[in-house]
Design a protein around this ligand. Sequence first.
Ligand SMILES: [Fe+2]
Length: 388
Amino acid sequence: MITTTANLELFLETRKLTEQICEPLETEDFVVQPVEFVSPPKWHLGHTTWFFEEFILKKHQENYQIFDEQFAYVFNSYYESVGEKVVRTNRGNLSRPTVNRIYEYRKYVTEALVEFLNENEISQELEEVLEIGIHHEKQHQELLLTDIKYILGNNPLLPAYLKSFDENRIEKHSHQWLSIEKGVYEIGKPEDGEFCYDNEKGRHKVYVNEFFISNKLVTNAEYLEFMNAGGYQDVLLWHAEAWDWISSEEIKAPQYWHLIDGSWYQYTLSGLKVLDPDAPLAHISYYEAFAFAQWKDMRLPTEAEWEIAQEKFDWGQRWEWTESAYSPYPNYKKPEGALGEYNGKFMVNQKVLRGGSVATSPKHTRCTYRNFFHPNLRWQFTGIRLAK
Ligand SMILES: [Fe+2]
């Protein structure tokens, strides 16, 4: 168990980083919501704050004065058991509260929480809620970056977010197939006192057959070969619902790729760049990852295979699609109360992604971390590691 002092420091550095992420933005960038799954940056700023107010201060700080009674309605995300909330698609229609007012809200709650932690001996249970709040904000830091990318990358002016942001770190080592022996292995988070989410708990045994996994992520050049070979036109490579998706959405390339005068460009957080063939592929859906693997006559690893093999390769640049459905581990226990809504209720119709990305907040991910998204979504830094 981390001590409160460590958590207090982690809390403060996390609160600060969220605001640093927003520093390059202009006021107008904070407000828009181009599609349902993207939230306006100002909403992230308020929502991560609301979490601490709702789950810690309101319940545990005596005589706590709520900053604004109306904010719970605006900044609750999906906690049905906590009360009414604004419809997700309407997050971008709110010119009020203003960005300034939300920054005041952040300051107010941060200070109140520091005071509360300094003046009270808190229970282990509450310490865990604090840790969830911190990691919840870290998750939103990544969403902030990917939502900002979506907002700016779908603006016809294609403005850069931050010239120095490097999202394409090239893996320089040569390609190798790593071999893993068949056998019984253990996966899931060991009970070592380190923070983790409920969905990783319940370490358990799994059997895997012998398999091979790539020591490198698929590159843009490799994916271009698939495109040039007619990958998007070959129905036999795709799931039925994937084929409907590429047809109805007219998908012909990864997100943020632009064909200009016969050359491929990529919109990145540092602006529009000539596509780097050696960079790890990003922004593809599970559907595309699967079709690419089919074309290579290979497959995606399962999440158990990924976790068993991960010590042998570098990871953390791209969220890696796995072949595993996001479902509960054998001993999964949903926490009681509203925080039980954090993970459990999403365990249907989504795929697990492993690793982390260039946008993942520091001290957030780990080798047992189970990220999950619907198979058609690709605005996160998603990529492919092949197995066979
Ligand atoms: Fe959230």
